[in-house]
Design a protein around this ligand. Structure first.
Ligand code: NAP
Ligand code: SF4
Length: 691
């Protein structure tokens, strides 16, 4: 048994927390996160395996994804409610799996009534106010309807207790039913449930009363307050405090803090948000309460958690996405293996972007998340010697998983460092977290004794002469060179030259191509000073948040202050659709706003005519226009770099000695169109699981 060095390094994180009737073994909670598993066949079994793995990984308490107390409050899927005894039986599979994995770990069901944001045909809300993120206008609840909702909440909590949960979390934030009662612009009622604040608070308080009455004292009740809802004319600090104090009086054991409505126009979990940016808001609330308080958002590593606890800003730390990225995060911290943590980089690409587009949640850096029963990394029955060519995200992921399974892996990389395109991504302001993935891979290469050959330009001859059982080609991509007269002009440069700093870009820039990399280049060139992701004051100033005075929602009346770029930057796109529509659902809008605030001009419906001494000649919606520029940065996508693969195939056909070798092509080298790190890592992991 390794020495628990982490318990000394993170004394607060590993200290137990005593509640009135039970004890949490440490201060790390797996926060609630919608996975989509509840709605697929066999989903409950998959969810049980998903949560059990996190319980084994060391968390003190788990909170499930939101489950509705009734049909009208759900997201429309088959398994998104808990109201009947049949549903209790299903949920018992989850609670038993978690308690069998570790009897000390608690699991609470999050009760989420989505109100106006429900995915059902007939959503209900305090008033008929349509949510910007919903498809239809909800029906206003009448007195009987309100009574039914309250009864359903109580019933759901009782069913959760019968299913073996240790408690429930009631979500009173994010624009869902409870918070819609509390905010004046979504509650237009004139009866006892609307109007002045005391009336608007009545429904959530009544929910707590009803729940505590049916579950008794020996059951954890957590209430998630909209601590700073980021909503223009949202809740005031005094209202949040009064809500928290009142629900505590009615029997809530733990207050959890939340920082958004889905309508808000402030990023709160994207990678551009500084780590633990909102913890001070929780801290101020904690000072006025005498129950434990949970904070969350962008706390992704143990040292950040320990710092937040040490600052007195929270009693418990909620990590949701970090638990997707690495189920063993807590145990790795406990046993001094922090460098082996596969850190959540807050990209949202495989979690929230999937959730918001109706796809199953997983994780870009860990495709096993939510696929625990389908994608298993078992010990290999036959140990093979495997060559991997290319140490970008695909090659690295393959190498690590294959080596974990017991194979002997040699990883060749032409460059003198590992990481491929991630070395570019981490240079973009707001994407600093990508360095963590590189740190993880670097450490895993050492831990797993992968034979890493840097600066090695592999060719067909050298590869054929080695005695590898299997060969994996992950040679990545080449930037696409568009066919435009004058493209060989010296002012035309590739995004790789720009991001890596090989070219000093002038004051007037055209960016040709507005995909993810075009946006990254624009962000890099438009930026000056400290990255907002690295300084909470800069972040607050740029997004118009007042953490100190806490006006309504934290943002009411606060103007964002962003320094305009000292470059003239034009981001160009041939498609007629609005620029940036292909970016991720949950973060695309933040990138569009950030660039606009810096003065980046975005033009769609462009046809590139030629480049000459006068500049870049375009047709914009069929009208000629010339951009006088110092540089044109080409971000026009990529093409697969598969020369080595094609060469090997050719050799294998020609030489009988090579015919038995198996050769695989993965990542950008396999398919450059639409390939990104998520697909590359997923494909690599699946191959490594089978080989
Ligand atoms: P991309 O997303 O495919 O965008 C390249 C853009 O270049 C296209 O949108 C296309 O738009 C334009 N283009 C394509 N062929 C062209 C041609 N022959 N001439 C002129 N323009 C052309 O590729 P990327 O930006 O290089 O990104 C690569 C991958 O990494 C993508 O899968 C992307 O999702 C991913 N990535 C993601 C992020 C993120 O934050 N989520 C960040 C960076 C990269 P038009 O033809 O309409 O002009
Ligand atoms: Fe974190 Fe990205 Fe994984 Fe989501 S997909 S859990 S944001 S690393």
């Amino acid at each position: 048994m390794p020495v628990n060095v982490g318990e000394k390094r993170y004394p607060l994180m590993f200290s137990p927390l005593t509640l009135p009737h039970t004890i949490l073994k440490n201060r790390i909670i797996m926060g609630s996160m919608h996975t989509g598993l509840e709605d697929v066949p066999g989903g409950i079994e998959r969810m049980a395996a998903f949560f059990a793995e996190r319980a084994k990984g060391g968390v003190g308490m788990i909170i499930t994804g939101g489950i509705s107390p009734n049909v009208e409050g759900g997201m429309g899927g088959a398994g998104s409610k808990l109201a009947t005894f049949d549903e209790v039986e299903e949920h018992q599979k989850i609670t038993s799996a978690v308690h069998e994995a570790d009897p000390e770990v608690k699991i609470c069901l999050q009760i989420l009534h989505a109100g106006a944001q429900a995915g059902t045909a007939n959503p209900v809300a305090p008033s008929a106010v349509k949510s910007r993120v919903a498809a239809s206008t909800p029906a206003e609840l009448d007195a009987e309807g309100i009574e039914k909702q309250l009864a359903d909440f109580a019933n759901c909590a009782l069913m959760a207790q019968k299913a073996g949960y240790d408690g429930v979390e009631i979500i009173g934030s994010a624009g869902y039913l409870l918070s819609a009662f509390m905010v004046a612009k979504t509650n237009l009622r004139k009866d006892q449930w609307g109007g002045e604040w005391a009336n608007r608070m009545r429904f959530p308080v009544e929910v707590v009363k009803r729940i505590r009455a049916v579950v008794g004292e020996q059951f954890i009740v957590i209430f998630r307050v909209p601590a700073m809802d980021m909503l223009e004319d949202g809740m005031s600090r005094a209202e949040v405090l009064q809500l928290a104090q009142t629900v505590v009086q009615e029997g809530v054991n733990i207050i959890s803090t939340h920082f958004t409505w889905h309508e808000a126009r402030v990023p709160t979990i994207a990678t551009m948000v500084p780590r633990a940016a909102f913890a001070s808001v929780t801290g101020r609330l904690r000072d006025a309460l005498d129950v434990p308080v949970i904070t969350s958002n962008r706390i992704n590593m143990p040292d950040v958690a320990e710092q937040v606890l040490g600052d007195g800003n929270a009693d418990l730390i909620s990590m949701a996405r970090p638990m997707l990225a690495d189920a063993e995060l807590v145990n790795k911290a406990k046993f001094g293996r922090e460098n082996e943590i596969n850190t959540c980089i807050a990209c949202n690409q495989a979690c929230l972007d999937h959730t918001f587009t109706g796809r199953m949640t997983s994780c870009l850096v860990n495709p096993r998340a939510c696929n625990e029963t389908l994608l298993e990394y078992n010990r290999a029955a036959q140990v093979k010697t495997i060559a991997v060519v290319g140490a970008g995200p695909a090659g690295l992921s393959f190498a690590v998983i294959a080596a974990q399974r017991g194979h002997k892996v040699t990883l060749f990389e032409r460059d003198n460092q590992i990481g491929g395109q991630f070395n570019l991504a981490r240079r973009i302001p707001g994407k600093e977290e990508f360095s963590e993935t590189l740190r993880y891979f670097k450490r895993m290469v050492e831990v797993l004794d992968i034979n890493l050959e840097l600066g090695y330009n592999v060719d067909t001859k050298s590869l054929s002469s080695h005695k590898f059982d299997e060969i994996v080609i992950a040679t990545g991509i080449l930037p696409r060179e568009p066919v435009i007269p004058g493209i060989d002009d010296p002012r035309v440069v590739s995004y790789i030259d720009v991001i890596s700093g090989r070219v000093q870009v002038g004051k007037r820039v055209a960016i040709l191509g507005a995909g993810g990399i075009g946006f990254d280049v624009a962000a890099l060139l438009a930026h000056s000073g400290v990255s907002p992701a690295m300084d909470v004051n800069v972040f607050a100033r740029e997004w118009g948040i007042d953490f100190v005075n806490h006006p309504r929602g934290g943002v009411t009346g606060v103007e964002p202050q962003v320094n305009k770029s000292n470059r003239e930057i034009v981001l160009l796109q041939r498609k007629a659709s609005p620029v940036g529509m292909g970016l991720g659902k949950s973060t695309g809008w933040t990138h569009r706003i950030a660039l606009r605030q810096r003065g980046v001009q975005m033009i769609n419906n462009v046809e590139y005519q030629k480049i000459d001494a006068h500049g870049l000649h375009l047709l914009v919606a069929d009208q000629p226009q010339t951009l006088v520029v110092d540089h044109i940065v080409v971000c026009a996508g990529q093409e697969s770099l598969r020369t080595l693969y094609d060469g090997m195939r050719h050799e294998m056909q020609a030489k009988s000695a090579l015919k038995k070798k198996k050769i695989h092509l993965i990542g950008g080298a396999y398919e450059a169109a639409e390939i990104d790190a998520k697909l590359a890592i997923d494909q690599a992991s699946r191959l490594a699981a089978e080989i």
